[in-house]
Write a protein that binds this ligand. Structure first.
Ligand SMILES: [Zn+2]
Ligand SMILES: [Zn+2]
Length: 153
């Protein structure tokens, strides 16, 4: 996203723009990838030869759950986007694309979960435990009960 410095009035100017999701540089092989455009709700102002850009950037994403590996939909938002570019006198345009990319990447969770209560994968057969039970649990339970029974004896 290019901010045209020359066209910003003293009172500042609002920008509502969409950037293609590709600016994030993420692919389906990554933990997260863009499922739509990055929406930028920014307010730009020039104060003492410094361009100040602030606002909210957000993007719909697809993510791989860190527990069950399923792909789920989520949104990354940075509502505290703030950058300043000093010494912009004589500059006509400032490209904030890289800053937007960075803000989105920093807002991503380190441990994405499809659901807070995601049960993850069965350690024995690798099947997701969120859907139909895989059957391994039954065997384990049976073993646990027989161990308990033998204790009683
Ligand atoms: Zn999950
Ligand atoms: Zn299993």
């Amino acid at each position: 996203m290019i901010i045209n410095v020359a066209h910003i009035p003293e009172s500042g100017r609002k920008f509502h723009e969409e950037e293609p999701g590709e600016i994030l540089g993420l692919s389906e092989a990554d933990e997260f990838y863009a499922a739509g455009p990055v929406s930028c709700d920014l307010y730009a102002q020039v104060v003492d030869e410094t361009l100040i850009v602030r606002g909210t950037v957000s993007v719909p994403l697809k993510a791989h759950c860190a527990r069950c590996t399923q792909i789920f939909s989520t949104t990354a938002t940075d509502s505290g986007f703030l950058r300043d570019f000093s010494g912009i006198q004589g500059t006509e345009e400032v490209d904030v694309t890289e800053d937007i990319r960075e803000a989105i990447l920093l807002s991503l969770p380190h441990f994405p979960l499809c659901d807070e209560g995601c049960k993850g994968l069965c350690p024995q057969c690798g099947k997701s435990l969120n859907g139909e039970p895989c059957g391994c649990g039954k065997i384990e339970k049976g073993v646990a009960w027989s161990a308990l029974n033998s204790l009683k004896l």
